[in-house]
Design a binder for this molecule. Structure first.
Ligand SMILES: C[S@@+](CC[C@H](N)C(=O)[O-])C[C@H]1O[C@@H](n2cnc3c(N)ncnc32)[C@H](O)[C@@H]1O
Length: 289
């Protein structure tokens, strides 16, 4: 029987949305041999595979996901090129990794969908080096990528709501999180945001036809519920032809955004990190002042 991890990998690895967002994330992160890197919410390992394509040797890679079959699939894909795999919730990171060890945390299309992103940010701050970087992407379905551009997934959910198939509509673009609100949350969690970019994703096949990005995304995350995942997928795919024109009329486009941030270290914390409890000027025991 196909596991969820295998199923996810078979589809996501063919999608421009995951391929292009992961490549852009890795390029922005400026990885180098010798770096310790966490792939957070790694799924089947697509971010790590992109990282290894950019830097084939010398990365110390850690992969974490809370779904056991995702971790099993990531192990199949990445194998012994990673230092360790963790099946754990993102909010447990600091209990698993040594303090201030990581040069980079990479998190593709996941961070803002955790139940409590702020709690995860607090954990990540503990495991990143003071010079380390948190690098993540978000999708334009749940983020305002500016200009009122909506994603095909947003347009679909809107159409389903109008038909009465979905009780709740997604908020309009102006009520979705945006660059300012996300950077505000990063600052509140003692991070210094220093990079923001919007990326357009190329999607050639018609969205609602087999092989289209939206069609494939619905095979992973169906918009309509069913008795089980498969039933939800079948129900969602069956309705696509009926809403295809309505979706196309909104001229939706796939876009992702990427952010990078560094731990914001205040002068007192910087001194403590450098000298521990022995502040400069303190006498060392047994050394005449
Ligand atoms: C959209 S997938 C993205 C996977 C991967 N980053 C990629 O680019 O293919 C979201 C992933 O987040 C994982 N996830 C969701 N909530 C999580 C949590 N609280 N802690 C760790 N992983 C989580 C899911 O199991 C899933 O693998």
């Amino acid at each position: 029987m196909t596991t969820w991890g295998e199923y996810y990998h078979g589809i996501a690895s063919q999608m421009a949305l995951f391929g292009e967002s992961n490549r852009a994330l890795v390029a922005a992160a400026e990885l180098r041999p010798g770096m310790a890197v966490l792939d957070l919410a790694c799924g089947s390992g697509l971010t790590s595979l992109a990282a290894l394509e950019a830097v084939p040797e010398g990365l110390e890679l850690y992969l974490l996901d809370n779904h056991p079959s995702m971790i099993a699939e990531a192990q199949r894909q990445v194998g012994d090129r990673a230092a360790a795999y963790y099946t754990a919730d993102a909010a447990q990171v600091a209990a698993l990794l040594p303090e201030r060890k990581l040069d980079r945390v990479l998190c593709n299309l996941s961070l803002w969908y955790f139940r409590e992103p702020e709690a995860v940010l607090a954990e990540l701050r503990k495991v990143l080096k003071p010079t380390g970087r948190l690098c993540f992407t978000l999708s334009g379905t749940y983020f305002n990528t500016t200009g009122g551009v909506v994603s095909p997934q947003w347009a679909l959910m809107q159409a389903l709501h109008r038909r009465g198939d979905l009780a709740r509509a997604l908020p309009g673009p102006d009520r979705l999180p945006n660059q300012r609100s996300i950077e505000g949350t990063l600052k509140g969690a003692q991070f210094k945001p220093f990079h923001y970019a919007v990326q357009a994703i190329t999607a050639d096949a018609p969205e609602t036809a087999p092989g289209g990005e939206l069609y494939n995304l619905m095979r992973l995350y169906p918009a309509l519920p069913g008795a089980d995942h498969q039933a939800g997928v079948e129900r969602t795919l069956a309705v696509l032809p009926a809403v295809a024109d309505e979706i196309a009329a909104l001229k939706p486009r796939w876009r992702t955004v990427s952010f990078m941030a560094q731990p914001n270290i205040d002068p007192g914390e910087a001194l403590r990190l450098r000298f521990g409890d022995r502040l400069p000027g303190d006498r060392l025991p047994g050394v005449p002042g």
